[in-house]
Design a protein around this ligand. Structure first.
Ligand code: 6PG
Length: 276
């Protein structure tokens, strides 16, 4: 993982992790709204964020939701009312319980093909981002037991170029072949922000995901991980020199932002060095 070392925060249990994540997001929201008049946040999928969403909806009264814009770091290509939908999970646990204008919630158009949905989502994202400094304020991420994050799985072409010898010259990766493009507007115009996934090993296989490039443009990234089943991936991500193509979350290293891992004691059990 290149860039500055991430912060590692360890809480007693999943509830403590959720509360800490909600506290940080609420603080960032206040600061970003004060500085730029709005707060752009990308929510994660899976189950871990549920508790954090409920904390945001019930324990953080200081967020001015009228100035919050919500995106998704990834989405499964299923109907929005499917139990597998990340948008449905976010609605049930947060969005239906806070006064955020519907026009400021951006679900992925999952009624289209994955490629069309990705292309449309990227266009929407580009239309909302600040043209002068196109970055999201905060991105929430989870991690699977295999080290995947968002819908970036081991061996993904989205990881081209992160390892010295992984797909670096593969023509199929196209503009994705440069792992660390400059964080400037020329690169931003060319790079993919959103990509389709057709072979996710975690069902469903068809998904849409933010790319590592775009995630790394964020001002703040938090990775929420809890549970015994993540122990090996946490150690591999934070305390090994595993290849990025094998442990995709190692691609997450904000170019000019901060990264914090919020772990419960179970997930952090095998970490050797105490948190900084
Ligand atoms: C998804 C998620 C995915 C998730 C991890 C962890 O859409 O599946 O974005 O990356 O964050 O698989 O999932 P859990 O929180 O359920 O363990």
């Amino acid at each position: 993982m290149s860039g500055r070392a991430p912060e590692v925060w360890i809480g007693d249990d999943a509830t403590a992790v959720a509360r800490e994540g909600a506290r940080r997001i609420a603080e960032w929201a206040r600061r970003c709204i004060a500085a730029r008049g709005r707060f752009l946040v990308a929510l994660s999928g899976g189950n871990t964020p549920r508790k954090l969403h409920r904390c945001l909806a019930t324990e953080e009264p200081g967020i001015d939701w009228r100035r919050v814009f919500v995106f998704f770091s990834d989405e499964r290509c299923v109907p929005h009312d499917s139990p597998d939908s990340n948008f449905r999970m976010a609605r049930e646990t947060l969005l239906d319980h806070v006064p955020i204008p519907a026009s400021q919630i951006f679900p992925v158009a999952t009624d289209r093909s994955p490629a069309e949905a990705a292309s449309a989502y990227e266009a929407t994202l580009r239309s909302v981002l600040d043209a002068g400094e196109p970055r999201i304020d905060a991105v929430l991420l989870g991690m699977g037991p295999d080290g995947h994050t968002a819908s970036i799985f081991p061996g993904s072409r989205l990881l081209a170029g992160f390892d010295d010898d992984f797909l670096i010259d593969d023509p199929s990766t196209g503009p994705l072949s440069s792992s660390r493009p400059a964080a400037n507007l020329d690169a931003f115009a060319k790079e993919r922000l959103i990509a389709e996934v057709l072979d996710a090993p975690k069902p469903p296989p068809h998904r849409v995901t933010m790319t590592p490039y775009f995630i790394n443009l964020s001002r703040h990234v938090i990775v929420l991980v809890s549970g015994e089943d993540k122990v090996a991936a946490v150690s591999a991500a934070l305390e090994s020199d595993a290849r990025v193509s094998e442990i995709p979350i190692r691609a997450v290293s904000p170019t000019a932002g901060d990264l914090a891992w919020l772990l419960d004691r179970r997930a952090a059990r095998a970490l050797g060095s105490p948190p900084i």
